[in-house]
Design a protein around this ligand. Structure first.
Ligand SMILES: Nc1ncnc2c1ncn2[C@@H]1O[C@H](COP(=O)(O)OP(=O)(O)OP(=O)(O)O)[C@@H](O)[C@H]1O
Ligand SMILES: [Mg+2]
Length: 113
């Protein structure tokens, strides 16, 4: 099992969720609103002639724990649906998961996803 942490644009969340649902690859998801910065360290904006840097930009994080075999499908969906083709399109982090336990039943591993 793998933990996929995808940082995406908030306005892309619904499209990504719909695509994952359609592909049947996401049993559960945790959604968190965050602010952060990537390698550009924010964006410079001009407002009424004043330049200022917006250094923490709102993003959404999707945390999903999934079967190993679903990882390539989810990666492809994210790469296809999440970008607008500009800086700040987001990032995907993938971690190994040691164990999952469904509290109600005591089931473990993939059965508990
Ligand atoms: N190395 C990192 N560690 C932790 N969080 C990160 C990292 N890189 C990006 N993020 C998170 O992902 C969000 C989006 O990052 P972003 O897409 O701007 O990455 P990037 O590496 O700058 O790529 P790009 O050049 O396409 O903008 C950031 O706001 C931040 O929350
Ligand atoms: Mg960036």
């Amino acid at each position: 099992m793998k933990h996929i942490k995808a940082v995406i644009r908030p306005e892309k969340l619904n499209d990504v969720r719909d695509a994952l649902e359609k592909a049947g690859v996401c049993k559960g998801v945790m959604i968190t609103d965050i602010v952060g910065n990537g390698s550009q360290k924010g964006i410079e904006q001009v407002w009424r002639g004043e330049r200022y840097t917006l250094d923490l930009i709102p993003k959404v994080v999707m945390d999903m724990v999934v079967k190993d075999s679903d990882v390539p499908i989810i990666k492809n969906i994210l790469l296809e649906v999440a970008p607008i083709g500009e800086f700040g399109d987001g990032k995907i982090f993938i971690y190994p998961v040691e164990e999952v336990i469904r509290i109600r039943t005591g089931e473990t591993g993939e059965k508990a996803l």
